[in-house]
Design a protein around this ligand. Structure first.
Ligand code: 13P
Length: 250
């Protein structure tokens, strides 16, 4: 299966940068990974309109389909404009917008009902990590997917340790591998082997063109969720190339 390489631009980027990404298309290595760019919402229609070899994802959607939710954008609207993916549960939204796990999962639900593929982000704080609570935190975050009866066939899960985001700190390959294996086992235990085997599990947090190849070579890592390094066309291209090299050597 092709690796899924997702760039989350957060509140960065510009129309000019989108155009640059579009002009850099058609490189051989890019064709061997599935690429997604998630620019700020105001740029989504422009991103979709470009001639490009990446899919377009949103960074958020409303938990509701329509109504009096000033400033929000519904998953239906995103789908109408040609958006294919949406991030939910990113730790920055959990932190700054006070989004509860339940709310994040209800966004997964509306996204799926609108035909989008949600990328559900989970991860532990540094304090949790240092107290060996990572698996407890992740189980708790995953548990609500069962309550909301989420379709695991159309779901991507991204493991992003909060302490690794934007910090330059990356868990050891062994830790990433064990944690992603834990998530996969949890899915198999809860939903059955088909779901667990077919789902893509991403790693995110200080991914760079230097470490992407090693992380992508871990057996259960199905792709990457990238912040800072997705804002420069050359580094994003190099990361995509490491997916290509992995596919060639697999
Ligand atoms: P960085 O790659 O900048 O650490 O950000 C990770 C992230 O939050 C992607 O969603």
């Amino acid at each position: 299966m092709k690796k899924l390489i997702v760039g989350n631009w957060k509140m960065n980027g510009s129309v000019e940068l989108l155009n640059e990404f579009s002009q850099g298309r058609s490189r051989t290595e890019w064709a061997h990974a599935e690429l997604v760019i998630c620019p700020p919402s105001i740029m989504l229609p422009h991103a979709v309109s470009l001639e490009r070899d990446f899919a377009v994802g949103a960074q958020d959607c409303s938990h509701a389909n329509s109504g009096a939710f000033t400033g929000d954008i519904s998953a239906n609207m995103l789908a109408d404009f040609g958006v294919k993916y949406v991030l939910t549960g990113h730790s920055e939204r959990r932190r700054y917008q006070k989004e509860t796990n339940d709310k994040c999962v209800s966004k997964v639900n509306v996204a799926q009902n609108s035909g989008l593929t949600p990328i559900f982000c989970i991860g532990e704080t540094l304090a949790d990590y240092q107290s060996n609570l990572t698996m407890d935190v992740l189980s708790n975050q995953l548990e609500s997917l069962l309550v909301h009866n989420i379709d695991f066939e159309n779901l991507v899960i991204a493991y992003e340790p909060i302490w690794a985001i934007g910090s330059g700190l990356v868990p050891s390959l062994n830790t990433i591998s064990q944690t992603v294996d834990f998530i996969k086992d949890w899915i198999i235990r809860s939903k059955g082997r088909v779901h667990g085997d077919g789902m893509r599990l991403l790693y995110g947090g200080s991914v760079s063109s230097e470490n992407s190849g090693a992380i992508l070579s871990l057996p259960n890592v199905g792709g990457l969720l990238i912040g800072g390094a997705s804002l420069k066309h050359p580094s994003f291209r190099l990361i995509a190339s490491s997916a290509y090299r992995h596919l060639k050597s697999a």
